[in-house]
Design a protein around this ligand. Sequence first.
Ligand SMILES: O=C(O)CCC(=O)C(=O)O
Ligand SMILES: [Mn+2]
Length: 214
Amino acid sequence: MMQPDLFADERRTLPLGPDAALLGGFATESAEALISHIQHITASSPFRHMETRSGKRMSVAMSNCGSLGWVSDRSGYRYDALDPLTGNPWPHMPRLFRELAEHAARSIGFHNFTPEACLINQYRPGARLSLHQDMDEQDRTAPIVSVSLGLPATFLWGGHHRACRPKRYSLIHGDVVVWGGASRMIFHGIDVLKEGKHPLTEDVRFNLTFRKVR
Ligand SMILES: O=C(O)CCC(=O)C(=O)O
Ligand SMILES: [Mn+2]
């Protein structure tokens, strides 16, 4: 006989390293509400493909909410209180977003985490995010909290050097990854997104990345 609870348990918490874990299904119950907030936010600060310093167009489309947003252009990467596309402040971070991120961080021992920025990534099949460290935040004592919605993806979890061969983890709708402390500067990324259809997002994967910046 099938034992669905046993399978659900298997995904519950997967340690990735010191101060880092994949919380399987942590956001599943909030997922529909999260997606409708994303739609609302991106109606005022639309998804756009930012440029890197070298002028390359990123394959992931991005927006932000919160008091600060991550931006990239020919002058490099930075956090900005204003959306450069609209000239307005980024949309307010919904309480559901903040509480979910705080709760996930707390569940692995980060008790004082309050995100200022939520980067919203939109991947379509073919999009990828190459191995990188999240290093534009001044406060490196705070963890990163990352929420996956829609199409599944392969998370690349490397080491402290770009050359370390990354481990591969599947991230599905509702999964949350938290990394901080000794793992805060680990190289990570997302492999090329495969074609697919998700009942809530069709051919899209969304990722919410919560950061404390200052
Ligand atoms: O999409 C993801 O799961 C990871 C996103 C990420 O690493 C980033 O936005 O810096
Ligand atoms: Mn990152």
